[in-house]
Design a binder for this molecule. Sequence first.
Ligand code: SAM
Length: 459
Amino acid sequence: MHLPTDFRMQMSQLLQEESDSFFATYDEEPSRGLRMNALKLSPQDGKQRLPFALTPIPWADTGFFYDHHRDRPGKHVFHAAGLYYIQDPSAMAPAEALDPQPGERVLDLCAAPGGKTTQLAAKMQGDGILIANEISRERRKALIENLERCGVKNAIVLGEDPHHLTTRFAGWFDRILIDAPCSGEGMFRKDPATMERWSLRSTQAAAELQQSILEATAPMLKTGGRLVYSTCTFNPSENESIIQQFLGNHPEFQIREVPGSNHFSPARPDWAHANPSLDLAARLWPHRLRGEGHFLCVLEKKAGEEGARQKPGKLPPVHKEALHVFNQFVNETLTSSNFFPGPYTLFGDHLYHVPAELPSLKGLVVERPGLHLGQAKRKHFAPSHALALALQPDQVQRKLNFSPEDDQLQRYLRGEALPCQGEKGWTLVTVDYFPLGWGKVSGGLLKNHYPKWLRSEII
Ligand SMILES: C[S@@+](CC[C@H](N)C(=O)[O-])C[C@H]1O[C@@H](n2cnc3c(N)ncnc32)[C@H](O)[C@@H]1O
């Protein structure tokens, strides 16, 4: 692999005698990882069910290495059912270190395409509020698709500059992840396009942006809360220097040991003329573990301004007709009316289930105010794909189940209608009893409601 000359010089100077083994990794293939989605199944269950050769990733309790010469998990129907997320093994470390708990308020500030958001959501088990923010409109599409596929129910997707969130969410979050935009040096091997964009100037620009993002974020963490800062670059100016400068400006923050740090290498404060205690942060090196290059640092807020508590925001009222068609759908399709008790909100004619106690989102770019339930049309309700994937099979009155090898299933995934003698109405199509999408039975036929934009995904 032809590395940029300045990058090669920089890494040789930093790593010295270790640089040969570091550069040798560019002639090797990256390790591949997938993370079992604990919203759908346990790692043990997944290891038994998935037809792939899997070995555990030591630093991620739901992560596994797979052999991409043997298996193509991204093409399997279980991927479409959200049973796992394909993710670089090193990229699993920051969410492990943040370790959010059910019931907490969590912010993923730079979220797309959602690898870490879906990991945080799995740890929260659908309980609490997860705000996934992504400034790029284009990248938010992938984020939403991944949240839906993984069956995440408690996420709100915003599209804001972090500075617009600071006052609104002052002292509000228990945990915050800043997986910062960076020069991407740790990804050259896996994604050579990153290399084309790299220059010494791009690392400086990234460092300025990271500093400003971190400053905007600090007030949003509550006292006693945890913040994880991570990048996928080796450059000390985007890693140790950022933390050093931040801690200089914020004595209320303290650096903490990275949980599971025995799997990683200590950070290098000496490369940034920084306080030696910064070696509590961690570096993940491709020549020392099976994964790409990453940096992560755990910070805790000891004291400081709590910020004014925001009252739960008032949502625009949902008109009676919309609630009527939704309730009708619930009565006809689900096994209880208690699964989605509200509150609700409408965007146009799209109905969302919103986490209670959400501060007002007025004036913010809101891409998803909660779980998309579906479209409230004049006379009926059309359930969303997000709802199908967020349900458990025992929560619906009618389902049509297939084994992964069934030809009928391939036809469903291609968008074809299927013969079906089942009862009339909305029917959840499942693979091995994991939801895949909707169909609607009428006159001996299942009309296909698998989303058009997903139909080409599976061979
Ligand atoms: C490293 S990526 C995030 C990857 C993501 N956390 C994951 O695990 O899938 C960094 C993200 O920061 C976003 N970003 C770029 N500029 C930003 C800014 N000024 N403020 C916040 N985020 C920004 C990028 O669009 C990008 O999606």
